[in-house]
Write a protein that binds this ligand. Structure first.
Ligand code: DGT
Ligand code: CA
Ligand code: CA
Length: 569
């Protein structure tokens, strides 16, 4: 296939960027940039010109003999040895750096020389610690732009939030179940493991007629591309970007296939070596001793054949669940129905305060015993509105609705680690949630000190969204979670697991570690509307991935125990 002009121009651009990064002369870089522009703007395809004896590339503006032969080479082969050579010399990550908005090759190279920036991670480190703005030609504004650019590039990448994957998974499963002969259909993979983000969906189906199932699958509404179509496996892209893989298996292999495609890969590998030690072979078709299939119909059988109880998918990450299962010490995971209330909820301020009434109603409908209204206070100036909200709460409590509304606050942790409200005011709150929303780009030691100082404050009960991450938008603050968890244990402060599906902060690993240190977790929605109280279930997913049991979660307590706990702190 002929190499297009824009493809040729792209190679020339890349050579220019690589030359610039490696410190080549301004004139040499400029020559490639100019050539790229000229080729891009040409009305005739270069691939045809080079076959035309009457055409001469050197007649193009800015193109001499050397460049003409390079362009010819690209047009013929699609690449240039010079580009490959340069690519070898330049740290690969540095090209990623050049693509951050506000940076180009020249600035990337300057950061490489001044700070040793070689990839996005080292750039992030340098920008966060404030070193970038000290380099000649950079200022605080550029530094801020660089951080924004990295956040955009990093974060979620091409992964989906679990909550966004859910309706797609449901659609696929429903579609498959509509086909006669489909006995079962389940979304496995990371989706079934309830991971906060999902790379692609892996749907497993039992159907005697695999061919018909595959045919039916690719007819799913919303399919924008069919990647693969085979007798038992197919892949499509739906909604312009979400990949869905399907596997059709026979009923006798259901359990093994479900185990295999649920993963994680690390969990399955550990299981397989355990099987080998028992003289068994484990694969997606079953568990075999020699040629005999000894298990495979259900997941329970598969685990039982290895001498293990069934392990909940959300634990299958090879983080100790297999030995816990073996010893009979798997956690008894917290469930949504264990939750007795929501301890991080925002309501509108002002006279009628519509959302307070709605939220109270919705919380009662959920069967909650309590909620905490925790409006934000960023400075002393917010004290007045807070007192008014508390008065409205008192009135709601006087109506004796059966739901206890706690007078709370989400108080800002200032840069120094002190709180934005005076102690006197905080002492009147039923619950104090502390959080950071401002000045989030501190280096790790400073940020860690700031958070721990706030936790040491005698009125602080809960540290909200402790890392500040927003999936796909904002990377976590630079903060040592190990030290924060140790401090939470020391000061008896609970850590929030923010259930908003874009946050899910703290993550599963931190939950696990908190539990190991005896730190209590509050699973809370941070709802700003009655509807957002429903986020609770996403928080429970993450809590379960973090091995949390009912007793690890503060808001599984009855109202009386909670009040007692909050008073005795
Ligand atoms: P994702 O899609 O990136 O969120 O993560 P997963 O876990 O869904 O991974 P995916 O879609 O690549 O594969 C689905 C499952 O299939 C995975 O959890 C385990 C299984 N699997 C895939 N490739 C392998 C493999 O090479 N070895 C083993 N043991 N299992 C695999
Ligand atoms: Ca997957
Ligand atoms: Ca997959």
């Amino acid at each position: 296939m002929a190499v297009s002009n824009s493809e040729i121009a792209a190679v020339l651009d890349e050579v220019a960027a690589l030359l610039e990064i490696s410190g080549a002369s301004f004139f040499r870089v400029r020559a490639y940039e100019t050539a790229s522009r000229v080729v891009r703007d040409l009305s005739r395809p270069v691939s045809r010109m080079i076959k035309d004896p009457d055409a001469d590339l050197t007649e193009l503006p800015g193109v001499g003999k050397d460049l003409a032969s390079k362009i010819t080479e690209i047009a013929t082969t699609g690449d240039l040895p010079l580009r490959r050579e340069l690519e070898e010399q330049v740290p690969t990550g540095l090209m990623d750096v050049t693509k951050i908005a506000g940076l180009g090759p020249r600035k990337a190279y300057a950061l490489y020389l001044a700070l040793g920036v070689t990839d996005l991670d080292s750039l992030l480190e340098a920008a966060r610690s404030g070193k970038v703005k000290t380099v000649k030609g950079f200022g605080p504004k550029t530094e801020a732009n660089i951080l924004e650019g990295i956040y955009a590039v990093k974060g979620l990448g091409r992964r989906l939030l679990w909550s966004d994957a859910e309706p797609i998974a449901a659609r696929v499963v429903e579609h498959m179940k509509a086909l006669a002969g489909v006995e079962r259909a389940v979304a496995a993979g990371s989706f079934r493991r309830l991971k906060d983000t999902v790379g692609d969906l892996d749907v497993l189906v039992v159907c005697a007629d695999a061919e018909a199932a595959g045919e039916h699958f690719v007819s799913l509404p919303g399919v924008t591309r069919v990647i693969a179509r085979g007798p038992t496996r197919s892949s499509v892209v739906v909604d312009d970007g979400v990949q869905v893989d399907i596997r059709v298996v026979e009923a006798g292999s259901w359990g093994s296939a479900l185990q295999y495609f649920t993963g994680s890969q690390a969990h399955s590998i550990a299981l397989r070596s355990m099987a080998l030690r028992k003289g068994l072979k484990l694969n997606e078709y079953g568990v075999f001793r020699e040629e005999d299939r000894v298990a495979g119909e259900t997941e329970e059988d598969v685990y039982a054949s290895l001498g293990l109880p069934w392990i909940a998918p959300e634990l299958r990450e090879n983080r100790g669940e297999i030995s816990a299962a073996f010893e009979g010490s798997l956690p008894s995971l917290v469930e949504l129905r264990d939750i007795r209330g929501d301890l991080h909820v925002h309501v509108e301020t002002g006279e009628d305060g519509g959302t307070l009434a709605e939220i109270v109603k919705a919380a009662r409908r959920k069967g909650y015993l309590y909620i905490a209204v925790t409006n934000r206070a960023g400075s002393e100036a917010d004290g007045k509105a807070l007192l008014e909200t508390w008065k409205r709460i008192d009135r709601v409590n006087q109506t004796g609705s059966g739901l206890h509304v706690l007078r709370g606050v989400e108080v800002e942790i200032l840069s120094s680690g002190t709180l934005a409200l005076r102690d006197e005011l905080l002492s009147h709150a039923d619950i104090v949630v502390a959080a950071i929303h401002t000045d989030t780009r501190m280096n790790r030691p400073r940020m860690t000190r700031r958070v721990i100082k706030a936790m040491s404050h005698r009125h602080v009960d809960v540290l909200a969204h402790p890392t500040g991450r927003v999936l796909g938008e904002t990377l976590p603050y630079q903060v040592s979670m190990d030290e924060v968890i140790a401090a939470a244990a020391r000061y008896d402060v609970a850590l929030e697991l923010n259930a908003c599906p874009r946050r899910l902060d703290i993550d599963d690993l931190a939950c696990h570690s908190a539990r190991d240190h005896g730190v209590k977790i509050v699973v809370a929605t941070d709802a700003h509307s009655a509807r957002e109280l429903d986020y609770m279930r996403f928080g429970i997913h993450q809590a379960r991935r973090g091995w949390l049991e009912k007793g690890d979660v503060l808001n599984t307590m009855t109202y009386r125990s909670l009040v007692k706990y909050l008073r005795h702190r």
